[in-house]
Design a protein around this ligand. Structure first.
Ligand SMILES: NC(=O)c1ccc[n+]([C@@H]2O[C@H](COP(=O)([O-])OP(=O)(O)OC[C@H]3O[C@@H](n4cnc5c(N)ncnc54)[C@H](O)[C@@H]3O)[C@@H](O)[C@H]2O)c1
Ligand SMILES: O=C(O)[C@H](O)CO
Length: 323
């Protein structure tokens, strides 16, 4: 089986594929492949291991209908038309679970950084503005005992809830399509409707999939209904919040601050007003970016392709659903 990989990934995942008898080519340039370029390259390959872009819509997949499998090296699967892949008989897998800890860590980092204005304090020191100890300046907000609202209580949301409850004794509310079973709900989290999540959370952390139903769900109306002084964190997908609405909410002081690991578009353009705001922390989509986690993701993606080579189903094959 000839496999094309859209980035350079962990060497042991490549070795695993080669040991299993696959021929592997990695795209070594740091530039993003356009869909057309990738389609033309893929004509000589049997399977794709896709990291990052490009978007694989219906037309892309129809022009690559010869592929035996596509392994995504991500938990998110919003860049591929899963219905079309299923219709064409191309199995698609992702890498859930192995990145939950690392990604929840980044949401947690943002929550703490925003509550204590950490990024802004660092910028001020770089500008030479650390002059004397002022007891009434640089004041953040405590997290201890406050209420965390999780939007999307799946793999990552659950880890975030567990960390926040253990570290700060935070009370956990969540809004999810389904309720947690008692075995899953180790932190005594309470399911609430979306409106209650907005109105009662001191911090809202977004961990839902990007679907039509979640696209732009954090809009002007949602920010308006959040608790005054609340913190908004998004470590899922940038399209889940409306950027202009978030900017307005911050400018008008409806919320205390925001922490974003994901933006729309990515990369965020220099000069974006959010980058100038003292109460905003932005990271360049590094949720899963630890050596250990990226290695596990690469190995998991490789193992899914090896399963196909051996005539088996992909262990992490994704079942399409639209909302
Ligand atoms: N920042 C990063 O680097 C990074 C890393 C990994 C994943 N992600 C993003 O995080 C998302 C979540 O990852 P996960 O592994 O926890 O996925 P998951 O599927 O385990 O959890 C997602 C949860 O969102 C819920 N959800 C979906 N639509 C909803 C809706 N309309 N209302 C309420 N809840 C809804 C689902 O029911 C599910 O429980 C991924 O889809 C991906 O986009 C980002
Ligand atoms: O969906 C994911 O897994 C992230 O966005 C990249 O690790």
């Amino acid at each position: 089986m000839r496999i094309f990989i859209t980035r350079v990934i962990a060497a042991n995942a490549v070795s695993l594929l080669e040991t299993a008898g696959c021929q592997v080519v990695q795209h070594e340039s740091k530039s993003e492949l356009s869909p057309n370029h990738l389609i033309s390259l893929l004509q000589d390959f049997d399977a794709l291991l896709s990291v990052g872009g490009p978007v694989m819509d219906g037309e892309f997949l129809r022009r690559c209908r010869h592929l035996k499998a596509i392994a995504l090296m991500s938990a998110g699967f919003d860049k591929i038309d899963l219905d079309e892949a299923a219709a064409l008989g191309i199995p698609v897998s992702n890498t859930p679970g192995v990145l939950s800890n690392a990604t929840a860590d980044v949401a947690f980092l943002l929550m703490l950084a925003v509550s204590r204005n950490a990024f802004q304090m660092h910028k001020e020191i770089l500008k030479g503005n650390w002059n004397f100890f002022d007891p009434m300046a640089n004041l953040g907000r405590d997290l201890e005992g406050r209420t965390l609202g999780i939007f999307g209580m799946g793999n990552i949301g659950l880890v975030m809830a567990r960390k926040a409850a253990a570290a700060f004794g935070m009370k956990i509310l969540y809004h999810n399509r389904s309720k947690l079973s008692p075995e899953q709900n180790l932190v005594q989290a309470t399911w609430v409707d979306f409106d209650t999540l907005l109105q009662e959370s001191d911090v809202i952390s977004v961990h839902a999939n990007l679907y039509p139903a979640t696209t732009g769900i954090f809009n002007r109306d949602a920010f308006r209904r959040m608790k005054p002084g609340a913190i908004f964190i998004n470590a899922a997908r940038g399209k889940i919040h409306e950027e202009q609405a978030l900017i307005e909410a911050l400018q008008k002081g409806w919320i205390w601050g925001a922490g974003l690991d994901v933006t729309n578009p990515e990369p965020m353009a220099p000069g974006n007003p959010l980058l100038e705001m003292p109460n905003v922390c932005v990271l360049p989509h590094i949720g899963s970016a630890t050596l250990e986690t990226r290695t596990k993701m690469a190995v998991m993606a490789a193992e899914n392709l090896i399963a196909v080579k051996n005539g088996l189903s992909m262990p992490q094959q994704i079942t399409p659903r639209s909302s």
